[in-house]
Design a protein around this ligand. Structure first.
Ligand code: UDX
Length: 481
């Protein structure tokens, strides 16, 4: 009988911060379970991360390789450029990706022979690709290498996209022009009692400033969702206790399904994966603040806000009266210099003073959220941030921008009740009132703590996510026998 080949998983994340973070936690956990893992970055991101050295991965079983994303290095790769990035990645990376995965290809042979500078890895036995990279599945399966899909957003968001044809059939989509976004939505199974039009993925809304009924991005995302059904299995960074119903409704559409999150709470400290430099000084600043006194404000890695929205947030935060730590990425505030050439960052410090406010371009978010001084998290409700807030038991105020964030904030405000949902409103009075309520409400604090305890049990030994992860490792190893 031929000896079983050692499992070697190639993990390929869409090259955005929110995708890299959870898939790198996943890769780290797989390596911790004794599986060889190649984590595939784009060349551009790997350069930014500066983690070419194998030791940076923190495990001899985890290495980083890269493929080109097809864009010039000085391209901004902003949120508006995502369709272009998606297209150029498919064009630029397919060939190199094929060569990495192909049995007997030069790179694979080099690894077999131990000539690979990152340490002799066995040939790739399985590809786990971001669900936004459908071509990666097709290439892998075309080469006879089994492929699985990883979705970085919630199971509920996936279910909403799966339900889109049904929503059209029921007449729920497209929304009537000028229709009431507070109307409940039928047709996403298990969510009828809390889902309103405004909580569906933002692509379900009519495109602004056009006569079109449907956002073309909606079709593209539904196609990718349907494509994931071909995968050998689908993996979610979620826990059964958070999304039991959505998982149960997605499962019959898939060959297999694994809910293994929140992964950041399960994997040991991963190699650095921040594309922006973290400002560690903000943790020292938090050390000087009273327990549960600070509002942490972060709107994720992609969102941009107008100067008007910034002004409303800023005024509301100042009026609420708590010290705050605000992540303002350099590219975040539109038309961001005032007439006297001050930046929003400088304006805050000038007006509020350094004791009362700290503004950074990027924070070590996990350390911040677990800091005793943080009393509430004003977030855009990206899925990673949502899970990070949940795990630390921090009350949340959600102000979602786009995509899955609309549904995540509804889960926080109406289902889990560990925070408040401020979606679609950006007024200083509302910011002030909502932040005050999240900081002071004993009910929200209690719910947030109880949810955190539940999710921590899920990822601890014997918990549902931990057991699902073990089943996944067996699944991956069995692919080679
Ligand atoms: C978006 C989506 O909303 C998300 O649900 C999807 O899965 C990926 O794309 P993004 O805006 O990046 O994501 O938000 P989020 O998912 O919350 O990810 C941001 C990550 O950056 C988090 O892991 C957070 O900890 C990290 N972060 C953010 C920092 O490390 N420092 C910061 O200052 C801000």
């Amino acid at each position: 009988m031929a000896a079983a080949v050692a499992a070697h998983v190639l993990v390929f994340a869409f090259p955005l911060q929110g995708h890299i973070n959870c898939m790198l936690h996943f890769a780290t956990a797989l390596a911790g379970a004794g599986v060889h893992v190649t984590f595939l970055h784009t060349e551009h991101n790997l350069r930014r991360l500066g983690c070419r050295a194998p030791s940076a991965a923190g495990s001899p079983l985890l290495r980083f390789l890269s493929v080109p994303d097809g864009l010039p290095d000085d391209h901004p790769r902003s949120v508006a450029d995502l369709p272009e990035l998606s297209k150029s990645l498919a064009e630029g990376a397919t060939g190199p990706f094929h060569d990495l995965v192909a049995p007997g290809s030069p790179s694979s042979r080099a690894a077999d022979a131990g000539a690979d500078p990152t340490g002799g890895f066995p040939p790739v036995t399985c590809v786990i690709a971001d669900g936004l990279l459908p071509w990666a599945f097709d290439v892998a399966e075309g080469l006879g290498v089994p492929a699985m899909a990883f979705r970085t957003a919630s199971a509920g968001n996936f279910l909403a996209f799966l339900s889109v044809p049904n929503l059209f059939e029921l007449g729920e989509l497209p929304f009537p022009a000028g229709g009431d976004l507070d109307e409940p939505v039928r047709g996403v199974p298990g969510m009828e009692n809390f889902l309103r039009r405004r909580d569906l993925p933002s692509f379900c809304r009519r495109p602004i400033d056009t006569d079109d009924d449907v956002d073309p991005a909606l079709h593209a995302l539904v196609d990718r969702t349907v494509h994931s059904r071909k995968a050998r299995a689908l993996i979610f960074n979620t826990a059964a206790s958070l999304e039991r119903s959505a998982l149960a409704h997605v499962a019959p559409h898939m060959h297999d399904l694994f809910a293994v999150g929140p992964l950041h709470a399960m994997s040991p400290a991963a190699a650095t994966c921040s594309l922006l430099r973290e400002d560690d000084g903000c943790v020292e600043w938090l050390d000087g603040q009273a327990d549960r006194s600070v509002v942490y404000v972060s709107l994720g890695s992609l969102a941009t806000i107008s100067l008007e929205q910034y002004t409303e947030f800023y005024s509301g935060l100042v009026a609420a009266g708590y010290p705050f730590l605000w992540v303002l990425r350099p590219d975040m505030v539109g038309a961001s210099r005032g007439q006297d050439a001050t930046t929003p960052q400088e304006a805050i410090i000038r007006a509020v003073g350094e004791t009362k406010a700290r503004v950074v371009t990027w924070a070590p978010q996990r350390d911040v959220l677990r800091h005793r001084a943080v009393g509430c998290f004003l977030t855009h409700a990206g899925w990673n941030s949502t899970l990070e807030g949940v795990v630390e038991g921090v009350p949340m105020v959600c102000w979602p921008f786009f995509g899955d964030q609309q549904m995540n904030s509804r889960l926080v405000g109406a289902v889990w009740r560990n925070g408040l949902d401020m979606k679609d409103v950006c007024e200083r009075d509302v910011v002030e009132r909502t932040v005050r309520e999240a900081m002071e409400s004993a009910y929200i604090k209690g719910t947030a703590q109880a949810l955190a305890q539940q999710v921590r049990r899920d990822v601890a030994a014997g918990g549902s996510s931990a057991m699902e992860f073990e089943r996944l490792v067996r699944f991956v190893k069995d692919l080679n026998t």
